[in-house]
Ligand binder design. Sequence first.
Ligand code: FDA
Length: 577
Amino acid sequence: KKDAFQTDVLVVGSGPMGATTALALATYGVRVQVVNRYNWTANTPRAHITNQRAMEVLRDLGLEDEARRRATPWEWMGDTLFTTSLAGPEIARLRTWGTGDERIGDYLQASPCPMLDLPQNKMEPMLVTHAAARGAVFSFNTEYLGHEQDADGVTVSLRDVPSGREYAVRSRYLVGADGARSKVMDDAGLELRGQLARAATAYVLFRADLSRYAAHRPSILYWIATSNAAFGEIGLGLLRAIEPWDQWIAGWGFDMEKGEPDFSPGEILKKVRILVGDPDLEIEIDNASVWYVNQAHAPVYSKGRVFCGGDAVHRHPPSSGLGSNTCMQDAFNLAWKLAFVLRGHAGTGLLDSYSLERATVGAQIVARANQSRLDYGPLNQCFREAGAEDPVAAGLARLAAPDAEGVARRAALAEALRLKNYEFNAQGVELNQRYASAAIIAEPDAGEETWRRDPQLHAQASTRPGAKLPHAWLVGSDGRRVSTLDVVGRGKFTLLTGLAGQAWKEAAAAMDLPFLRTVVIGEPGALDSYCTWHALREIEESGALLVRPDGIVAWRRHSGEGLDAAGAGVVLEAALA
Ligand code: FDA
């Protein structure tokens, strides 16, 4: 009985996972309630790199323009610097996040969206505000205590934090978006594999106008090689621009065996002055904290009516910038499935595909982010001399030497920098996700996908079932460019065909399904004026793609030749079943 449920989906957590889930569900018209034990959203910047796939999620949900307004723009993200201090001699630079001359075209071709730098304390309020405006209910100061599920729903125990009052909410589904110490996950009995806290980093948020060191070589990451901030796997200090150029994070690895670092104002100032290279610098300290490097993932994300996502199920360091991006994509994968099942458009079996599709991605990104830390090793070797009194000064002297060893070190530096593309220009890691589940109708004879270039570095456009619909610019009804991604999504399935695919169009019209739209590329509103779609579609013009609400190709048929509307209807019905 519907009345027995106070909400259809209860979400624990309003971080990137919870807030995106709520935003998407509210957009699709689903009743959703979010609880967060704190009074508001993230109080520090945390994750910030926002990749093209996460931006596509925001574009579909109508928030791309606002994200662009709030963020540090793409062109300021790019000149990642390796230097002895901000004021001191530079060692090397890498054009990053696709901004380099040799990569920018790849990035522009693969997505209508830019990358952005949008710290979590700007992203979360945006997601939450719009979710609430679209009808999501937010209960802050509300702690999740436990849950019990039965055949019809989940009874969730909550506590109002200010009063201590405990009460229960009845929901049809529960989403555990409660982060890296997820209690929902533990309570649901989901397994986590891997290692927690295998290394540690100090993070200090401070204010100081550093524009004289940064504005002429804009970047969001400045890596500092100094013997005073050299502990750990990365072996470099970090200055990260939060609000260019007067709000920053200083980060450095510390030895966990010796306990937490000394965060007294005097010690912090000493450290920041070393990283900046200015002995007279004055700073305003906002916050100091530590975080631990995890390498763990859950092989299964759901149990019955409980679905976990985000850091609850994949725990990894910030290297590669995959944190909030992956959370938002988990949410985007899950939300439309919950909406379809709740509306009766799909059977509950659809929900099983969430874990199958996203757990594979989670395992990949946990491995990638941790490998990206290890990949600083070769770089460090180029400008460090183990055993010397000042290892960095001695190493840098060798790196600059005109002798054969200097030549060899400089060659090694080029190679070590090249390796860092797997962290900083890894468009393939971000866009080449391929799903396999019962919600994807694989082509029986398709065989394995052949990767034309390195699949970690390069995105590969494909209309194979399980891949994201390729982006191509079309011409829309008002003469402006629209992406292929803009004519699909927004909570519906899309049947995509060409002018020669009229049989599909007629068959879909006859089916008259509220969740299915048909788009004919070549008709007004979706003109392939640049012929880019023609080059990317991998099917004949009379063929068809069925694209899911999350922009993933669910099924394709290479040709519709010989099919009349009745025949096409039979094929389509099978695809939608
Ligand atoms: P997230 O942890 O963001 O949110 C969990 C939510 O659940 C919160 O709203 C919390 O209050 C709530 N919650 C938890 N338990 C609850 C309970 N019992 N009852 C009610 N509510 C509960 N990543 C990255 O890619 N780059 C980076 O630079 C950084 N930097 C960084 C710095 C620091 C200091 C931290 C702590 C983390 C990072 N991260 C990061 C990681 C990044 O922040 C992380 O990947 C995402 O925030 C995870 O998003 P989730 O939504 O999964 O959880």
